[in-house]
Design a protein around this ligand. Structure first.
Ligand SMILES: *Cc1c(COP(=O)(O)O)cnc(C)c1O
Length: 392
């Protein structure tokens, strides 16, 4: 068996499809140290630079001294500690929801929310570019799932119309708020209209919107002016909030149903309490004047890099956010570009199937608030040159 598995790995290598790890030697920041060299980091989701922010570090240290490191058990056994509850109250207020629930990761949240709410009689409508954890949540729940073409409201409406003649259980529309590999936005206002018309629930995965979008950083729902209308606001703590874990903000009934049914929540040790404490500090920071300034810096950097890449005739798809994909299509040139950029001091990962569709490989660039404009201008010139040289 092992030799067959090794042969499969060798075949991945031959097709430029092998995935490997690179070890980062210091903290996350606009530059990171890898193999003793400092590289410009264009592949981190730590958009606001909170992962190593002194206020978060301090909040975590204080909590570690008071509560220790580990939580000791699942939330439902003895692992529900004061910082977990305090975080849930804080994030519910932030998202203007009745209640909230902490999960161990975004992956655990999406699998756990869909499995905990839905069963075989229910129906999920899912955007074609939704994150893998949403797809896996549908699988875990054995719910019937209809995938609608990316952001296609007309197709979704037709599907809902068709299904309404034989409706049985609950209906759930689920979408990323900001699509993680394309950096475009879901049409949340129109989705709210549809879900209200058809008496469905709307779930938004705001992994890349929370902290970044909206006047007060409350995410894509705030950005689209429909904060009070989204039934299930899921978000992660590991991206702009600089920590780890995830949450769902929703009605009390939804939260209580999940507490009683969600397997990734019930059967897993809860997050270290210090992580919950740091996440509270992160939300406080997002809402502060400093948070507002960080969002402004991020937007400056986003428009600067996006403009420089499009002016050099690169295809950045429909990016509207800090996630700026550069379409490169096939795995071999994509990984050649990643390797060349690495040598030239830029850490920018190539993304291949199954994370994206066949023929849709890309360099997924993400900017951070802490990047200096001149280093992004220089990086854009390097990217333009390397992409042109490696293109087949
Ligand atoms: C990263 C991501 C997740 C998973 O979150 P983790 O906390 O990293 O497990 C879920 N959904 C989307 C859209 C993501 O980008």
């Amino acid at each position: 068996m092992l030799s067959q598995w090794q042969a499969e790995l060798d075949s991945l290598t031959a097709r430029d499809m092998l995935r490997t790890l690179r070890t980062v030697e210091g903290a996350q920041g606009p530059k990171v140290r890898i193999d003793g060299r400092d590289l410009l980091l264009l592949s981190s989701n730590d958009y606001l630079g909170l992962a190593n922010h002194p206020l978060l570090v301090e909040a975590a240290m204080v909590a570690i001294r008071q509560f220790g490191v580990g939580s000791g058990a699942s939330r439902l056994v003895s692992g529900s500690m004061a910082p977990h509850a305090a975080f849930e109250e804080r994030v519910a207020a932030f998202k203007e929801a009745e209640a909230a629930l902490l999960f161990n990761s975004g992956y655990a949240a999406n699998t756990g929310i869909i499995q905990g709410l839905c069963g075989p009689d229910d129906l999920v409508f899912s955007d074609a570019l939704n994150h893998a954890s949403i797809i896996d949540g549908c699988r875990l729940s054995r719910v019937r799932t209809l995938v609608y073409p990316h952001r296609d409201l007309v197709a979704l409406e037709q599907l809902m119309e068709r299904e309404s003649h034989q409706r049985k259980g609950a209906w759930l529309i689920v979408t990323d708020g900001v699509f993680s590999m394309d950096g475009d936005l879901a049409p949340l206002r129109e989705l709210c209209d549809l879900k209200e018309r058809f008496d469905a629930l709307l779930m938004v995965d705001d992994a890349h919107g929370t902290g970044v979008l909206g006047e007060r950083g409350r995410g894509s729902a705030e950005h689209c002016g429909c904060l009070g209308r989204v039934d299930l606001q899921m978000g992660t703590l590991g991206k702009a909030l600089g920590c780890a874990g995830a949450y769902l903000a929703a009605s009390r009934t939804v939260i209580d149903r999940l507490l009683n049914r969600s397997r990734p929540l019930i059967f897993s040790t809860s997050l270290p309490p210090a992580v919950a404490a740091a996440a509270i500090a992160a939300i406080d920071l997002v809402e502060s004047d400093e948070g507002r300034q960080l969002r402004a810096d991020l937007e400056r950097n986003r428009s600067l890099l996006a403009r420089a890449l499009t002016e050099g005739d690169l295809d950045i798809l429909n990016s509207q956010t800090q996630i700026i994909p550069v379409l490169t299509r096939d795995p071999a040139p994509t990984m050649a570009m990643t390797g060349r950029l690495f040598k030239e001091g830029i850490f920018l990962q190539g993304i291949r199937p199954p994370t994206v569709g066949e023929g849709l490989c890309r360099l997924r660039a993400t900017v951070m608030a802490s990047h200096q404009p001149q280093e992004l201008v220089a990086a854009a010139q390097t990217i333009l040159r390397v992409v042109k040289e490696c293109r087949t």
